[in-house]
Design a protein around this ligand. Structure first.
Ligand code: ME8
Length: 515
């Protein structure tokens, strides 16, 4: 097992509805980096899962005339099926109704209780059920939730509280000593100014409903659903259970991926909870932006949320994954539309990548009897050198981009090579070489392009795993998913000669109708 570990998580999604493009976005992004890190030899733990407790879920169950457990059991398979369809390679899938999670949550409460960070009090204030968030009177906007604009309810309960206010300075010190904790950089100021504004103690239990994890020292209280949910990142590793070897191995997480809507929970409450329990906070929380459609945030409550299935049906899984990671700058809001998806598909995938592979394999079949040639021994021409340079720069450029989760630039680096392959074929014109009988140069040109395509497939694999696996199969190469040293495997000149290539169908058949 590699001694380099990489732990990445997505938010655990509410099971009040089916997965949609927004929840799929975070999950696909986490999947791409998890796949890449496996290819760089890391021992990866990629976690996703479901947030199944709380008032909102209890209400959703009730509205559907079901018991909460039956409701969550009915929705959970829809998430698992969606992630399977999207090729999500998670290593673990946690549901907060699982015994392992409850055990960890209760162990956490016992720890905080013992350490003196909890006390009993009464809460009086406003609560937004859809956001599962407490608000003070002053925070409300026109009497509504300042975050989602929906109705809030007044609650007056005996609650347990977490001494969050004691963590203002420790948090500020932590942000200072861990400048990479809140990412991207633009989100850091938002978190800093919030914490500088002062922190109030947080009500961490509820008594007016029972759908949650009971506090071990006050069984009539159930855990506030956000605390319950945040703890999934460590309970999935065995925190509070008998076997905590995964916790010892993978914690602290390299990244908690979240949308910017839940940054305060992840960048303020979460590290404070962990500090209180004597556990190190994650290395980084990365908050990406919103997917917008027609200028509005796509969300379940706005009713403009689309499920991934229809798009996957039309474009295929890999094109789906490519579009969202290539067209939306990770970290910023991004507008998505059918028009831009068709454009990306036809331009980048059908033309640049799919056509290249088809033409190249056709020519290998036609001019070389379908066998990969031997590597040229003649002095490389300037065009050969340029192609090799694009391939040579790719590992470093890709790594630099992925280490800051800049998927767009990572894909652009792979496309630089793909585009140069197309230029190279056009300029070197193998069909003319064949006509002129220049078999040595013809073999050299095809070798170089086949080799460049082998390398391009490696670097498109994290985002488009199926296509890359298919390209490698057509080249007669082995299983691309078994690559654990992408840099070494992508070094120039490793394409064996005499492999039988297969042409196959178009990888990305052109889509004619626009939008
Ligand atoms: O908040 N654009 O769950 P949730 C981009 N259970 N991403 C979006 C999006 C959009 N339009 N809409 C949703 C919860 N997302 C809690 C999390 S974690 C301890 C508990 C993504 O089902 C984005 O990642 O409401 C956002 O943070 C998440 O879905 C919210 O999912």
């Amino acid at each position: 097992m590699s001694d380099k570990t990489f732990y990445v998580t997505t938010p655990i999604y509410y099971v009040n509805a089916e997965p949609h493009l927004g929840t799929a976005y975070t999950t696909v992004a986490a999947d791409a980096v998890a796949r890449y890190r496996r290819m760089t030899g890391h021992d990866v733990m990629f976690l996703t899962g479901l947030d199944e407790h709380g008032q909102k879920i209890a209400q959703a169950a009730e509205e559907n005339g079901m018991e909460p457990q039956a409701w969550v059991d009915a929705i959970a398979p829809k998430f698992e099926a969606a992630w399977k369809m999207l090729g999500i390679s998670y290593d673990d899938f946690i549901r907060t109704t699982e015994p392992r999670h409850k055990k960890g949550v209760q162990a956490f409460w016992t720890e905080l209780h013992d350490r003196g960070y909890l006390y009993q009090g009464n809460y009086e204030g406003w609560y937004c059920v859809p956001d599962e968030t407490y608000w003070t009177e002053e925070q409300l906007e026109d009497g509504k939730c300042p975050q989602c604009g929906r109705d809030v309810q007044f609650i007056k309960e005996d609650n347990w509280f977490f001494k969050l206010s004691e963590f203002q300075q420790p948090l500020l010190d932590f942000y200072e000593s861990h400048p990479g904790f809140v990412q991207p950089e633009t989100r850091r100021n938002e978190v800093l100014s919030f914490v500088k504004g002062g922190l109030k103690d947080l009500s961490i239990s509820r008594t007016n409903f029972t759908w949650g994890v009971p506090l071990p020292f006050a069984e009539d209280h159930v855990t506030y659903v956000w605390i319950d949910a945040l703890l999934n990142y460590i309970t999935a590793l065995g925190y509070g259970g008998e076997d905590h070897s995964k916790f010892d191995r993978y914690w602290p997480a390299d990244y908690n991926f979240v949308g910017k809507d839940i940054i305060r929970f992840h960048c303020v409450i979460w590290p404070a909870m962990l500090m209180a329990a004597g556990v190190e906070p994650p290395k980084a929380v990365f908050a990406h932006g919103f997917l917008l459609t027609k200028g509005e945030k796509m969300s379940k409550s706005k009713g403009n949320a689309q499920t991934p299935a229809s798009l996957v049906e039309r474009f295929g899984v890999d094109a789906y994954r490519y579009y969202f990671l290539r067209d939306v700058q990770f970290g910023q809001d991004g507008s998505i539309s059918m028009e831009s998806m068709v454009q990306r598909y036809n331009g980048d995938l059908a033309n640049d990548w799919g056509n290249l592979v088809s033409r190249l394999l056709n020519m290998t079949e036609k001019y070389l009897e379908g066998l990969t040639p031997t590597a040229p021994t003649t002095e490389p021409t300037d065009a050969d050198k340029t192609l090799r340079a694009f391939a040579g720069f790719l590992p470093e450029k890709y790594e630099a981009a992925m280490s800051r989760l800049d998927y767009g630039s990572a894909l652009e680096a792979a496309w630089d090579l793909i585009k140069d392959c197309n230029r190279y074929i056009e300029n070197e014109a193998p069909w003319t070489l064949a006509k002129e009988g220049d078999t040595d140069r013809l073999a050299a040109v095809l070798y170089n392009t086949l080799e460049a395509v082998r390398i391009a497939a490696l670097y498109t694999a994290p985002v488009m795993p199926n296509t890359s696996a298919e390209v490698w199969t057509r080249l007669g190469l082995g299983d691309i998913t078994s690559v654990t040293d992408i840099v070494a495997v992508s070094a120039w000149g490793q394409l064996p000669s005499g492999l039988r290539v297969t042409k196959g169908e178009a990888l990305f058949p052109r889509i004619y109708e626009e939008a």
